[in-house]
Design a protein around this ligand. Structure first.
Ligand SMILES: [Zn+2]
Length: 228
């Protein structure tokens, strides 16, 4: 296969942004290297990319970039790959016997498209109906942030958030809607700056049309992203 064909073939696989599994595809040896070892290795790779592009890495403005990018990948943008960073599950007994839907809306979400390694920016909206257990509100933000900090497909991210909350809250009655812009669509390729992608996952009672309608009424989905 010639080089040009190889490049165009691999390009087509991820371009449709179709996710195939709930699990982030990690290898068994994913955490054999420590974070520090990963940063050292990625630093060399970023250096190589910049070098190949013809950039002068002795320039004051560029020389710190490989180290900066490597740290950012391992500790920030993709920090949610490491199970040690998963938010601890602290739940409380539902003392008030509040049996209605609880909605946490407009959770700011920053993730990274796994097909282009470009940002996904948007809002997540979560709802659950307690069966006796509740979580602190900030816990939901932290769960969103943990799964967002991975190379992601928006559909998978939505499902991972729901599954995690179902297990923490010990109920199927959890829903999540994500409305996000993908910079790979907005800034390159088709360059559509106005489009956003909406994904949803409904568990348990949220499969029921009326409950789902209530949730959607609460969040009044607004796809207008002023300033995003
Ligand atoms: Zn993409």
């Amino acid at each position: 296969m010639d080089l040009e064909k190889q490049i165009s073939d691999t390009d087509n696989i991820g371009n449709d942004h179709i996710g195939t599994s709930t699990h982030t595809p990690l290898r068994n040896d994913a955490f054999d290297l420590s974070d520090i070892e990963k940063i050292a290795s990625i630093k060399k790779d970023v250096h190589n990319i910049m070098q190949t592009l013809g950039l002068d890495l002795t320039d004051d403005s560029l020389k710190g970039t490989p180290n900066r990018v490597a740290k950012m990948f391992v500790q920030e943008l993709f920090g949610g790959l490491h199970p040690d960073r998963k938010p601890k599950a602290s739940t409380f007994e539902n003392k008030y016997k509040y049996g209605e839907m609880l909605v946490e809306k407009n959770i700011t979400l920053y993730s990274t498209c796994e097909h282009h390694l470009l940002p996904i920016v948007g809002k997540a909206h979560i709802a659950y109906i307690s069966n006796g257990t509740v979580v602190g509100l900030s816990k939901m933000n932290r769960i969103v942030d943990y799964y967002a900090k991975r190379p992601q497909v928006q559909e998978r991210l939505t499902m991972q958030i729901v599954k995690e909350l179902q297990s923490v809250l010990n109920t199927e009655d959890v829903a999540c809607v994500i409305d996000a812009k993908h910079l790979c669509v907005n800034s390159r390729g088709i360059r559509d700056i106005d489009s956003s992608t909406v994904t949803s996952e409904y568990g348990g009672k949220f499969k029921d049309a009326e409950t789902r309608r209530d949730f959607l009424d609460y969040i009044q989905l607004n796809t207008d992203f002023e300033g995003v």
